[in-house]
Design a protein around this ligand. Structure first.
Ligand code: TYM
Length: 332
C-alpha cells in the first residue's frame, strides 16, 4: 500500500469547508487504499504564539473533528506532531540542506511576513516549510494530499529529499503531491477571488465544520454571487457561482453539467438554498460526533497515544538511518 502523510494546523476552534473539501475528505477516502499517517501540526502552530491553554484545547478539538469526519483509528495513524520528537530533529538537519534564497521564495512566508513587516516576522515562519518537509520525509511518504496552497511546500520537500539523497546516499522516498483540481482552492464566500482561510477571510466568508445550521444557511444565502441570474460555471465572470457549484457538486457526487441543467431558468435563490442544505447535512453529523468525542477527553488522549506509538516506530527508524548517513557518532 502506498503511504500517505498529511497534516493540519490547530489554529482555530473549527476546521472550515476549505480544509474539509481540500484535504480531510481525501484522507478519509484514502484510508481504503493507502497506509495513512495524519497529524495535528502543533509545532507549526506555535510560529504565531497561541496561548498555551488555547493550543491544548484546539489540538484536542482538531483530533476529535478528524475522528468525527471519518478518520478511523484502526485504519489510520492519527497523532500529534509534537509527540514525535524526531520531527524537530530532522527539521534541523534539513535546515542545514536549505539555501536562504530557496526558503525566501516560499510565497506563504512572503505573504505572512508582509503582514508583520519583513524584519519582525519570526524565524519560525521562515523555516516553517522545512519542518513540513521533515514531517513528510520522516515517514517515507509516497503521497501528500493537500490543497493548492501547499503545492510549493511539497516541491521544496522533493528538492530537499533529492539533495539529501545525492549528498549522503539514498535515504528518503521522494513524495508526490496529491491535489484534486475541483477542490484544490475553495473560495471565500464574500470574496470569491480569495481562498477560504482561517487567517484572512472574514467570518462571513468562512463555513466552519462545527457551526450550527442557522448561521451556515445564512452565510450561504448571503454569499457573493455574480451579475446575471444563470447558474452556470464560469471561472472568469462568475467566480462566486462557480465556487458554490463546485461545493454542491463534490458533496453530492453530481456533475457540474447536471447541476447547471437542474437549475436552468431558476435563478440563484433556489440554488443557494439547496447548497445550504447540502452543507448542513454534511456538517451536522461531524459536529455531533465531535461533541461526543470531546466529552471523553481521556479516551481521546488514549487514541492519540496509540497513534503516537505507531508513528514513533517509523520516525525512529528513519532518524537512525539519517544520523548514520550524516556522520553522527552512534550513542552507546
Ligand atoms: P492548513 O492547516 O492551513 O490546512 C490544512 C489543509 O487544508 C487545505 N486547505 C484548503 N484546500 C482547499 N481550499 C481552501 N480554501 C483551503 N484552505 C486550506 C490545505 O491546503 C491543507 O492541505 N502547512 C500545512 C500543515 C502541514 C502539512 C505538513 C501538510 C504541516 N506539515 C505536512 C501536509 C504535509 C497547513 O498549514 O495546512
Amino acid at each position: 500500500r502506498p503511504r500517505v502523510l498529511s497534516g493540519i494546523q490547530p489554529t482555530a476552534d473549527s476546521f472550515h469547508l476549505g480544509n474539509f473539501l481540500g484535504a480531510v475528505r481525501q484522507w478519509v477516502e484514502m484510508q481504503e487504499t493507502h497506509e495513512n499517517f495524519i497529524f495535528i501540526a502543533d509545532l507549526h502552530a506555535i510560529t504565531v504564539h497561541p496561548a498555551p491553554a488555547e493550543l491544548r484545547r484546539r489540538t484536542r478539538v482538531s483530533a476529535a473533528q478528524l475522528f468525527a469526519a471519518g478518520i478511523d483509528p484502526e485504519r489510520s495513524t492519527l497523532f500529534v506532531q509534537s509527540h514525535i520528537r524526531e520531527h524537530s530533529e530532522l527539521a534541523w538537519i534539513l535546515i542545514c540542506q536549505t539555501g536562504m534564497g530557496e526558503a525566501a521564495r516560499m510565497t506563504q512566508f512572503k505573504d505572512k511576513s508582509a503582514k508583520y513587516g519583513e524584519s519582525s516576522a519570526g524565524v519560525g515562519l521562515f523555516t516553517y516549510p522545512i519542518l513540513q518537509a521533515a514531517d513528510i520525509l520522516i515517514y517515507q511518504a509516497d503521497q501528500v494530499p493537500v490543497g493548492a496552497d501547499q503545492k510549493q511546500h511539497i516541491e521544496l520537500t522533493r528538492d530537499l529529499a533529492q539533495r539529501f539523497n545525492s549528498r549522503y546516499g539514498e535515504t528518503f522516498t521522494v513524495p508526490a503531491p496529491y491535489i484534486l483540481k475541483e477542490v484544490e482552492r475553495i473560495a471565500d464566500l464574500q470574496d470569491p477571488l480569495a481562498k477560504m482561510s482561517k487567517s484572512s477571510s472574514s467570518p462571513q466568508g468562512i463555513l466552519d465544520v462545527l457551526e450550527e445550521p442557522g448561521p451556515l444557511r445564512k452565510k450561504i444565502m448571503r454569499a457573493v454571487t455574480d451579475t446575471g441570474s444563470e447558474v452556470v460555471a464560469d471561472e472568469e465572470n462568475k467566480p462566486g457561482v462557480t465556487n458554490l457549484l463546485r461545493i454542491q457538486s463534490v458533496l453530492t457526487g453530481t456533475s457540474i453539467a447536471d447541476l447547471e441543467k437542474r437549475y436552468a431558468g431558476q435563478g440563484y435563490g433556489t440554488f443557494k438554498k439547496d447548497v445550504a442544505e447540502v452543507v448542513v447535512d454534511a456538517f451536522a453529523p461531524i459536529r455531533e460526533r465531535t461533541e461526543k468525542l470531546l466529552a471523553d477527553e481521556a479516551e481521546l488522549d488514549r487514541l492519540l497515544a496509540v497513534g503516537a506509538r505507531r508513528a514513533s516506530a517509523i520516525a525512529r527508524q528513519t532518524m537512525e538511518a539519517v544520523r548514520e548517513r550524516v556522520g553522527f557518532l552512534p550513542q552507546l
